[in-house]
Design a protein around this ligand. Sequence first.
Ligand code: 13P
Length: 249
Amino acid sequence: MRTPIVAANWKMHKTCEEAVSYFRRLLELVPARREVELVILPPATLLFLAQKHLAGSGIAWGAQHAYPEPQGAFTGEVSVTQVADLGASFLVCGHSERRRLFGEDDGLVARKVRAALEGGLIPILCVGETLEEREAGRAWEVVRGQLAAALADLELPSPERLVIAYEPVWAIGTGVAARPQDAQEVAARIRHWLGERFPGLGERVRIQYGGSVKPDNASDFLALPDIDGALVGGASLDPESFWEIARAA
Ligand code: 13P
């Protein structure tokens, strides 16, 4: 049995005040007993507020980015160690916005995944093809390549300590979600591939879908056999809409 996991990727949104009112409202909305794991992924400046306001709530939180070296002369960066020290549980690795806008290549993604695992964080490894790659029939080839690169040389991770997010690039922030059957097909292939690469992992690892998930389409994805949750951008910025999505799980 895989516990569903729904995560809010705030991207570069919210001030301190906005974050605090979000946390307060979310805590009002979310019942103490629930069958879905919730994860909030605020920008780095707001992580300490997540630590303060979500402590003891059972709602997990993590970072959208961290640099894999433990310390050093890396101006502007925050390390995995520092994020873990603050009490974070998750780290997004390989998000397409970081790959595309900030030159995060497969090598750096692999180092982040490894550093996260070694530092006690759970990587949410994002993979996904562009529209061009999908139209050329290369979606799975691209996703498989990203998985293989990011997980190269790793020992068998514990299934609880790895989350995969399938996020087709063309579905992110566009309002055009993938067709559920396409998301299911890729998720099933991811699961099968992981099972072959790491015996025993496939059945137990959690796979999220991300890309224009909204309250009105969340259940289409969350009902799919190989999708165990969602990585939500825009619709996660409002606590009501985020909780409505999470409830669909
Ligand atoms: P949207 O939900 O805004 O499409 O963003 C998805 C995403 O990139 C989550 O990481």
